[in-house]
Design a protein around this ligand. Structure first.
Ligand code: SF4
Ligand code: SF4
Length: 448
């Protein structure tokens, strides 16, 4: 197998599906949402310990001011996204169904920034401390704190940094716009990570349906800034879920992350392209993560766009800004393959939200499921080499032994199995429930 860093060609990956791209907003420059009247900023937008609010009702706050933090290392601080007055601190149900304390800020309309300065970074430890202070977490997935991701466990060696710009979910184009609008920030973030973590090579991975992004990133990566030619741009086949961490590592290096293992077990760190750009801006200005570029699209949207939105803004405000052709039947946070359907659009935009899709009755229509015809399409589509029909059946029967034996916890819930099923069976939904049952059982066994 040829090394993609040398050959410039990706390795073969298993499974996956070809989904319609619907990248309607790829050519549209990002627009800024007018300052919202109120934001509700959750104290838990990451995996790990929730933050404790550092402000109380009546306090005035400025953009970029820290308003939440935790002593636990596995957490990430939270900052004000608008200037104004704290008008509430209370629990709220978020888009994903979890309950979190939110800090409500009523905006003064000024977007006045806190007095910020770039962090002092001199070595690996101070770099990781700065990454934590930036508030950066995984911007499209589960919200894994970035300073933990970049802190390679002792005994493991990382030789490759993969910048994930695959953006394989239909509709979403925020990372594509990052490549086009913030390419220099991306490369500046990449050089900082490679320098302080002493990583000898970097591959920026982009699907081949974004030729302009590939050209722009290559133009910058090939500049004289890249001393030693350690940064290259790899064009990947456009196939869903090419951007899933384990699939990307396989495509870009040919290496396999062991079951239950981390990217570092395959000598890699994977970071999202927008994360790299956000980090570069923090290192340059001291402004932490306070806003997100989100793709707003779907057949119920009047003016699809990429919108820069302060974190904590109600989803309803973003929908109103882009306009609705008709009352949507379904609103999703994220893309159509892995997004979460919202019960209420009053919920706030969070750090790991990269898209809002509003679909009409027609756009959201799904065929009624029928009996399994044992065609095996779901097995062929699974990028993890699992047997989705076996897992779904075991989940329906509550058979946790089979779920465990068949590797349910390796399922990344990409939805390729459901997408490819001619009987429209709710396979991934069943597996998700099955994984919950299995985790519950394993927890009980651990307790005794
Ligand atoms: S959702 Fe899980 S079982 Fe289905 S294709 Fe993806 S990884 Fe495989
Ligand atoms: S794709 Fe659907 S119909 Fe075919 S084997 Fe899998 S579950 Fe059964």
């Amino acid at each position: 197998m040829k090394d993609p860093f040398i050959s410039g060609k990706p390795c073969r990956t298993k499974g996956g599906v070809h989904v319609p791209h619907h990248k309607h907003t790829a050519a549209l420059e990002t627009v800024a949402l007018p300052t919202p009247e109120k934001v509700k900023i959750p104290m838990q937008m990451h995996i790990g310990a929730p933050c404790n609010p550092l402000v109380k009702v009546g306090d005035t706050v400025l953009v970029g001011q820290k308003i939440g933090d935790a002593d636990a290392p596995f957490s990430a601080p939270i900052h004000a996204s608008v200037s104004g007055t704290v008008t509430g601190v209370y629990p709220m149900t978020l888009g994903g169904g979890a309950v979190s304390t939110v800090v409500e800020i009523t905006s003064d309309g000024k977007m006045e920034e806190a007095p910020l300065a770039p962090p002092t970074v001199t070595d690996r430890a101070s770099f990781l401390a700065a990454v934590r202070e930036s508030g950066l977490v995984g911007l499209g997935g589960a919200g894994f704190p970035t300073h933990i991701k970049l802190n390679v466990p002792k005994g493991k060696t990382v030789d490759t940094l993969l910048i994930n710009a695959a953006e394989c979910e239909p509709y979403l184009t925020g990372d594509h716009r990052t490549a086009l609008e913030d390419g220099w920030d991306v490369l500046s973030g990449v050089y900082a990570i490679a320098h302080y973590l002493d990583i000898p090579r970097v591959l920026i991975c982009v699907e081949n349906n974004k030729p302009d992004a590939i050209a722009e990133l290559r133009r910058i990566a090939d500049s004289s800034l890249d001393e030693g030619d350690r940064v290259r741009v790899l064009s990947l086949r456009a196939s869903y879920p090419q951007g899933a961490e384990k699939v990307l590592i396989r495509a870009a290096t040919g290496r396999v992350v062991p079951d239950g293992g981390l990217p570092a077990d395959a000598g890699c760190i994977v970071l999202n392209i927008t994360g790299a750009a956000t980090l570069a801006r923090y290192l340059k200005t001291g402004m932490p993560l306070v806003s997100k570029r989100v793709t707003v699209d779907g057949d119920a949207i009047e003016r699809p766009a990429n919108v820069r939105v302060p974190i904590g803004t109600p989803i309803a405000d973003v929908l109103a800004f882009c306009g609705l052709r008709e009352e949507p039947r379904k609103v999703l946070m994220g893309g159509p393959m892995m997004g979460t359907a919202l019960a209420d659009t009053a919920v706030p935009l969070v750090k790991n939200n990269n898209g809002i899709l509003a679909l009409t009755e027609k756009g959201a229509a799904q065929a009624a499921p029928s009996a399994c015809i044992r065609c095996g399409f779901c097995v062929r589509a699974c990028p993890m080499g699992l047997s989705p029909l076996t897992l779904a059946r075991a989940a329906s029967a509550g058979d946790t032994d089979t779920l465990q034996k068949a590797g349910a916890l390796s399922c990344m819930e990409c939805g390729c199995c459901s997408y490819s099923c001619p009987a429209s069976r709710t396979i991934v939904q069943n597996i998700r429930i099955g994984k919950g049952l299995l985790r519950e059982k394993m927890k009980k066994e651990r307790k005794g």
